[in-house]
Design a protein. Structure first.
Length: 156
């Protein structure tokens, strides 16, 4: 279970890297269109014909950030209940909380563009939380049944 937990955490961190690459690709495509004299306006975006070399980046960013990473973050939290490492549940919950905030910010960004500042910074926080969660699986030895029995006996 420790390997599954660590693997899910690394996938989340890698997913954020994919997110950054996808949105950079998308906006690079937009800037390319504008530099060629095209106009990017609401009508073009609503027509679904934005085309251009970077449009795929918007789709990747939306699917990975809106579906894939949140599902993996939920799976990380579920798996954390089966991992006997101190802090596993905490870091999985922190990661899921940050991912939830990220999705909320991403959906709200069109109404309040300044949320993009928090959206970008929060992405880094997600990477950090996921990496910490993954690395804790290496550094923290699992509790043995004897240690658990001893700690339960001391508590009673």
């Amino acid at each position: 279970m420790r390997k599954i937990y660590a693997g899910l955490a690394w996938i989340i961190a890698g997913g954020v890297v994919v997110q950054a690459a996808a949105i950079a690709f998308a906006f690079g495509g937009v800037l390319n269109r504008v530099s060629n004299g095209d106009v990017v306006d609401k009508a073009l975006l609503e027509s679904g014909g934005a085309g251009g070399s970077g449009e795929l980046g918007f789709w990747i960013h939306g699917i990975v950030g809106g579906v894939v990473i949140p599902l993996i973050a939920v799976a990380l939290l579920v798996v954390s209940f089966f991992v006997r490492v101190r802090g596993a549940k905490l870091w999985a919950a922190i990661t899921l909380g940050l991912v939830s905030l990220q999705v909320t910010l991403g959906v709200s960004i069109t109404d309040v563009p300044y949320l993009g500042l928090i959206h970008g910074a929060n992405a880094l926080a997600i990477v950090l939380a996921a990496v910490i969660a993954a690395l804790r699986m290496r550094r923290t030895p699992s509790r043995t049944r004897a240690e658990e029995a001893t700690s339960d006996a001391v508590a009673a």
